[in-house]
Design a protein around this ligand. Sequence first.
Ligand code: NAD
Length: 326
Amino acid sequence: MPDLLNVGLIGLGVMGQRMLARLAQHPRLRAARVWDADPAALARTLAAFPALQPADSAEALIASPDLHTLYIATPPAPHMVLSNRAFDAGLAVFCEKPLTVDFDAARRTIARIAAEGHRAAVNFSLASSPGLAALQAAVQGGIGTPQAVQIALAFAAWPRPWQAAAGAWLAERAEGGFTREVLSHFIFVLQRLLGPAQVLQSAPDYPADGRSAERALTATLQAGGVPVQVQAAVTGAVDDFNRFLLQGSTGAVELRDWFGLQRRQADGSWLGDGDPAALRQRGQADQLDQWVALIEGRPHSLPGFAEALAVQETIEALLAGQAPAA
Ligand SMILES: NC(=O)c1ccc[n+]([C@@H]2O[C@H](COP(=O)([O-])OP(=O)(O)OC[C@H]3O[C@@H](n4cnc5c(N)ncnc54)[C@H](O)[C@@H]3O)[C@@H](O)[C@H]2O)c1
């Protein structure tokens, strides 16, 4: 592989722009070619990043002989079609979560990846985080026996203000909502730590219009024999927050607001572990390094499509609702 690895990007909305900014800081990954179904998004991107080459279509971008990898940041519906076209062209794929809302297409794609040896990963931003590493160490004995997990999320508004420019899909039940967008990151962490989760009870609260995404969700799950409580809501009142608390027989570790990390001391008090901004920077830089490893066919810590589908199966079960067992 050459030193510089050329990235093609499809989907130039909120995430596409964020990834372009991050790629500009990376020594080995170079954003090369771009495409978006919306000509205005393509034009805005070329104005901001004049060195990029626009494609005439997704097919034309994927067929460009100078690319090493494809980054997909469209809404979920086209993820599988675009991934398969990229595999046809021999490209490594880095796809945004959620993997898909079409499980059959995802299963066919996962079988193809295994049979043909394609390189594919999904962008769960906590996959390379120091927080996940700390939780893994905790599960392996650092806090005794894992006893309980609590996941709590709150949103002042949905979509969040920084997503105001995203498409309508984000606020709609078919593809959007905070359970797919945000809770999925923590279900990914949960399942990587403790294995597959079973939904024991779930109560999503949907608006009466039949179209809009959930406004609240409470649920009980079990993963690796450990009980898991989820409480999430668009409250309109409090500032956004998220936390993932793992309690063990001799200690506890908590992820706070994505990359923040704290540990419970023997006296019951909590102590922050590292500066959250520095931990975020480290996690994001490492994630791009892991993408390089994926492209080069080396071992990496990014979730593959099968791991991402397992997350999505749990997420869709939560969204479908489940009455408590009688
Ligand atoms: N990993 C994370 O932390 C994270 C955070 C936010 C969003 N996301 C995910 O990133 C993806 C994109 O989200 P977003 O917030 O950028 O959405 P967005 O609506 O801002 O942007 C999506 C873009 O894709 C384009 N598009 C739609 N269909 C297309 C197609 N078939 N071909 C080419 N372009 C197409 C749209 O025109 C739009 O410009 C979603 O899957 C979302 O869940 C991930």
